[in-house]
Design a protein around this ligand. Structure first.
Ligand code: NAP
Length: 291
């Protein structure tokens, strides 16, 4: 059996088209105003510059405003916190994205914690993580949300499924696990201390790999017919590869995402979707008379 390939590029394009429609409707209802996404980049790391550049370009392509704040690598933490404070109170800013990692010497947790939870479009504050863990509405981290959208579009039945997530990071593994629990899957979270990882993975109807280890997940770790979502992005001599041995695993899985072209394109699409959500929630709150 050869798996259905879930095309993340196409799904991300659909999400962006939906967001663009939503932005047009938002503007019609709000006197021509469009949602604004602020990007904060500290320093000149080339990879971060590319990521932020792509976020800004796609923000504008869906009709939203991109507000960019580029700071010197030696910017003191207080100055960065003061900028976040300004963006928190700026009515023209609906979402704030601080590009990580931050330069050494800056306390990343303190900076993320300073973001107003209503503008936390990366979903990385403890408040957003808490709401997600409790199964309550809030802003959800972008890559994990992208994983769920790929499962949905791939026609994967999550309710009651046995799901295994390999990786327990705050950015990917944990929020993916919470989203799967909230969607009524039975979830196992694996990490570097998990015993007999291949056997645990073989139980999975839905297998999510978020490790950062090239082609670690082998075909014989995959249950025949399982849905395999590969979050891994590893730069090797042969180019970008995922955490799953794609060529072999696709002969066993029922559905699988490639790398590149799977989860990767979903992240910015979900960031744009979060920004539109944050803007809509903000506009609704502003229109509701306080008691
Ligand atoms: P991370 O913070 O380094 O976390 C990696 C996780 O994998 C940890 O929980 C670690 O376990 C676990 N792990 C490491 N080696 C393992 C092993 N041999 N067996 C089982 N588990 C193992 O990485 P991350 O930020 O979650 O990212 C994971 C991957 O996704 C990376 O390749 C990253 O580039 C990619 N990524 C892609 C996107 C995107 O496509 N847009 C976004 C974010 C991340 P311990 O907790 O025990 O150390």
């Amino acid at each position: 059996m050869t798996a259905t390939i879930i095309d993340g590029k196409a799904v991300a394009a659909e999400v962006r088209a939906r967001v663009a429609d939503g932005v047009r409707a938002f503007a019609e209802g709000h006197g021509g105003n469009v949602p604004g996404l602020a990007t904060v980049l500290v320093g000149e790391d080339p990879a971060s510059q590319v990521y932020v550049g792509n976020k800004r370009k796609q923000t504008e392509e869906v009709g939203m405003r991109s507000i960019h704040c580029g700071l010197d690598a030696l910017t003191p933490q207080d100055e960065l916190l003061a900028l976040i404070d300004e963006l928190n109170t700026d009515d023209g800013v609906d979402g704030i994205l601080v590009q990580l990692p931050l330069p050494e010497g800056i306390d990343q947790d303190a900076v993320v914690a300073a973001i107003d939870p209503r503008k936390d479009v990366d979903g990385l504050t403890a408040g957003s993580a808490g709401l997600l863990a409790q199964g309550r509405p809030g802003l959800v981290p972008c890559t994990p949300q992208g994983v769920m959208e790929l499962l949905r579009v791939g026609g994967v039945d999550v309710e009651g499924a046995e799901a295994v997530v390999v990786g327990r990071s705050i950015l990917v593994g944990r929020p993916v696990a919470s989203l799967l629990v909230n969607a009524s899957a039975t979830v196992t979270v694996c990490h570097s201390r998990t015993r007999d990882l291949p056997a645990v993975c073989r139980r999975a109807d839905i297998l999510i790999a978020a490790v950062g280890s090239p082609r670690m997940v082998k075909a014989d770790w995959v249950k025949p017919g399982a849905a395999v979502i590969d979050v891994g992005v590893n730069r090797t001599d042969e180019g970008l590869v995922g955490d799953v041995d794609f060529e072999a695993a696709k002969e066993v899985a029922g559905a699988i995402t490639p790398v590149p072209g799977g989860v990767g394109p979903m992240t910015i699409a979900m960031l744009l979707s979060n920004t539109l959500r944050a803007a809509s929630a903000g506009a609704e709150a502003a229109a509701t008379p306080s008691a």
